[in-house]
Design a protein around this ligand. Structure first.
Ligand SMILES: Nc1nc2c(ncn2[C@@H]2O[C@H](COP(=O)(O)OP(=O)(O)OP(=O)(O)O)[C@@H](O)[C@H]2O)c(=O)[nH]1
Ligand SMILES: [Mg+2]
Length: 224
């Protein structure tokens, strides 16, 4: 691929990140820029440093801020991000980057809904995600099936238009909302979603409350 690629990984002590870094270099070549926006302990950080990635220590809170800070630092023409817990199929980043590179999309989301592996996502989370995706689709007039995905790609030009916005807490939905508001083309690629093998969730304790807040913010941002 002729484009320069940057990959941003939001990370709190994820063991899965080491495999993602290896896979990303295999898939895109060693010239890929990998930026980890990190909130881990000193011991873990020592191990991460050995992998040769760029590390930003995050002082703000939240995964949206982490991804935003990493992308502001990134120098690629195509910017990628995925959760660092190795649950999202890393090869999906290639499909997403190709779609951006072809000029047919400005923002590509990894849709997990057709590739959920056994026990990878609770039934009520699937329901919640489908509901929020439907709400997003109606409000922003673009069909999206997995608005809570952790894997996406964005074109440099689209990113430049939103990079000064202060992220609000709706996960990757923040990026989807802001690019949709500016009329950019959003597409999806199907990816597999695997069981989390190490550690536990770093996001909100109550996913129900978080989901309700997300729906509310999607609504508010649509009309602001
Ligand atoms: N830098 C940074 N990373 C974060 C923060 N919150 C979550 N993450 C990372 O963001 C990604 C998504 O968080 P997860 O804990 O996997 O959230 P989740 O997928 O809803 O939860 P699980 O289903 O249990 O995996 C992971 O790579 C986390 O390590 C944060 O505040 N700062
Ligand atoms: Mg996860």
């Amino acid at each position: 691929m002729a484009h320069k690629i940057s990959l941003v990984l939001p990370n709190i002590e994820e063991e899965g990140i080491f495999r993602i870094i290896r896979d990303a270099r295999r898939l895109f070549g060693n010239s890929i820029e990998i930026i980890v926006v990190d909130k881990s302990s000193a011991g873990y950080l020592k191990r991460l440093r050995k992998s040769g990635v760029t590390i930003i220590r995050q002082r703000s809170t939240g995964v949206e801020n982490a991804v935003m800070e990493g992308m502001r630092r990134a120098t690629g023409d195509i910017l990628l991000s995925t959760d660092a817990d190795d649950t999202h199929e890393t090869a999906g980043l290639v499909k997403a980057a190709k779609l951006i590179g072809s000029g047919n999309a400005d923002f590509v989301m990894g849709n997990r809904m057709n590739g959920i592996q056994k026990d990878a996502m609770d039934k009520y989370l699937i329901f919640g995600n489908k509901t929020l995706s439907f709400i997003f689709s109606v409000l922003y007039m673009r069909r999206v099936h997995d608005v809570l995905t952790g894997l996406f790609a964005i074109d440099r030009k689209a990113f430049e238009s939103i990079k000064r916005i202060r992220p609000y807490s709706v996960g990757i939905g923040f990026f989807a909302i802001e690019v949709a508001k500016r009329g950019y083309v959003i597409k999806e690629v199907d990816i597999k979603y695997y069981v989390r093998r190490h550690g536990s969730s770093k996001l909100a304790k109550s996913k129900l409350l978080w989901g309700m807040r997300t729906a509310w913010l999607m609504f508010v941002k649509r009309f602001s």
